[in-house]
Design a protein around this ligand. Structure first.
Ligand SMILES: Cc1ncc(COP(=O)(O)O)c(C=O)c1O
Length: 449
């Protein structure tokens, strides 16, 4: 007798049959089928509700279904979905102006924006622009970083997602160690020493690579999916000083940190360090429509007045995407998201530090603004990671996320890290619901170890 599958079960079977999902061996995959979202929640096909405690992939900063952004998508879709890139476009111009004004270049004339479809493309293109601008080819990027999954950005990436893509198809990328005080590569737990030693290591790396061949140093100003690592005071300033000394461009990958995730529009403003080039994606549209881009500072952007820009895409500055970005940027301002994040940071610090003090396996809760991570250890004194960095073979951490899901909360993580990066407009009540679920889920994790 054939059994009738529920709609959700039928879609799950169809998904497994036809879809290849990112970064995964496919056979073991199974997940609820998401069909709608509203505010800080999304719903599966059986109408189970999930609190979006990680804002998708640190991207739905405004939550789901923001009415002004949805309206802008509808209006633009009805008016114009595509125009050839050889023509100018009204919303593209308006969003570029809004982004330059929002960026640390806002007070100067001459910064310009190139639009892409996402963060990886933006990093690829930023590197290719830096190579054109300097006539140099080497790029330095940090270990324990993620920069995307296209040719150059994958090789910039300093973690295991690169391994399946080696040998490199994008040559000339050199990795170095950046500070990480909780798990120091420089044998200290003192943030000031960590900073000094990390900068010394960078200078030594540069010397041995020949700084005159180095076009750019590209970093996440706060490490994102590799554990929300906020660099010690002085490190980003040190990067700025060293790059300036050697005529090297400094590129900030602000794909996760942009659009008020840190409490300021970009991390560059939060830390008061201005790079030469910035990349962005995710929050620019609150992830409602794919969009990313590169902002090039004044003085550099003008190089391309007489030399052809060495990058281009069918969807560069796609009307529907930029109209969405324009509405989202306006919504951040109209809704007072900057002020909301000041408050959110206090709630997260209090709630997550309380979890840290209560749970023996929660080694550190760390973060800034609405950007937090939990790092799990076997022992708080030795700081031995709960699961090895290159693989959680038995799937210990999966239990944490499964328990959260059972309690109607979504979060994601990597190895011994869980991200807590909610939509920036989450309410106190919603966050408390998420924190309570985390408390239970960590207890379940501890009971199972
Ligand atoms: C810091 C950072 N850079 C780049 C990317 C790649 O962006 P996308 O997935 O839009 O290509 C990501 C994605 O998570 C990211 O976190």
């Amino acid at each position: 007798m054939t059994q009738m599958l529920s709609k959700q079960a039928a879609h799950q079977a169809m998904h497994k049959k036809y879809v290849l999902s990112s970064w995964s061996a496919q056979a073991a995959l199974m997940a609820p089928v998401v069909t709608r979202g509203e505010g800080r929640f999304f719903y599966d096909e059986d109408d189970n509700r999930y609190l979006d405690l990680s804002a998708g992939l640190v991207s739905t900063n405004l939550g789901h279904g923001h009415p002004a952004v949805v309206k802008a998508i509808q209006e633009q879709a009805a008016k114009l979905c595509y125009s050839p890139t050889g023509f100018f476009q009204d919303k593209r111009a308006e969003l570029a102006e809004a982004l330059v004004k929002l960026s640390p270049y806002g007070d100067t004339e001459g910064a310009r924006v190139f639009f892409t479809s996402g963060g990886a493309e933006a990093n690829d293109d930023a590197v290719r622009m830096a190579r054109a601008l300097t006539g140099r080819f080497k790029i330095l990027a940090a270990y324990r970083s993620y920069h995307g999954s296209t040719g150059v950005s994958m090789q910039l990436t300093g973690e295991d997602r690169r391994f399946g893509n080696e040998p490199a198809i994008a040559p000339g990328i050199v990795h170095f160690w950046a500070p990480y005080t909780y798990r120091s590569p420089f044998y200290t737990q003192d943030p000031a020493l960590e900073c000094d030693r990390a900068l010394e290591h960078l200078e030594r790396t540069l010397l041995h690579e020949n700084p005159r061949n180095v076009a750019a140093i590209l970093v996440e100003p706060i490490v994102g999916s590799n554990g929300v690592i906020v660099y010690p005071d002085g490190y980003l300033e040190g990067l700025r000083r060293i790059t300036q000394q050697h005529g090297i461009l400094l590129i900030f990958d602000e794909v996760m940190t942009g659009f008020y995730r840190t409490g300021e529009a970009f991390a560059a403003q939060k830390f008061n360090v201005t790079p030469d080039i910035m990349t962005f994606a995710k929050g620019v549209t609150s992830a409602y429509i794919p969009l990313g881009g590169v902002i090039v500072r004044e003085g550099l952007a003008q190089y391309f007045d007489t030399k052809a820009l060495p990058v281009g895409h069918t969807y560069a500055g796609h009307p529907l995407c930029v109209a969405t970005g324009l509405a989202a940027v306006k919504a951040y301002q109209d809704d007072g998201i900057r002020e909301q994040v000041q408050q959110l940071e206090g709630w997260l610090r209090e709630g997550l530090k309380a979890l840290e003090s209560r749970h023996p396996l929660l080694g550190e809760a760390r973060g800034i603004g609405g950007f937090w991570a939990l790092e799990f250890v076997k022992d708080k004194d030795t700081r031995e990671p709960l699961v090895p960095w290159h693989g959680d073979g038995p799937g210990v951490m999966k239990n944490l996320f499964a328990e959260l899901k059972k309690r109607g909360v979504y979060s994601f993580g990597k190895f011994n890290i869980a991200m807590v990066t909610p939509p920036l407009n989450i309410t106190r009540g919603e966050l408390d619901f998420g924190l309570e679920a985390l408390d239970y889920a960590i207890s379940a994790l501890e009971a199972g170890v």
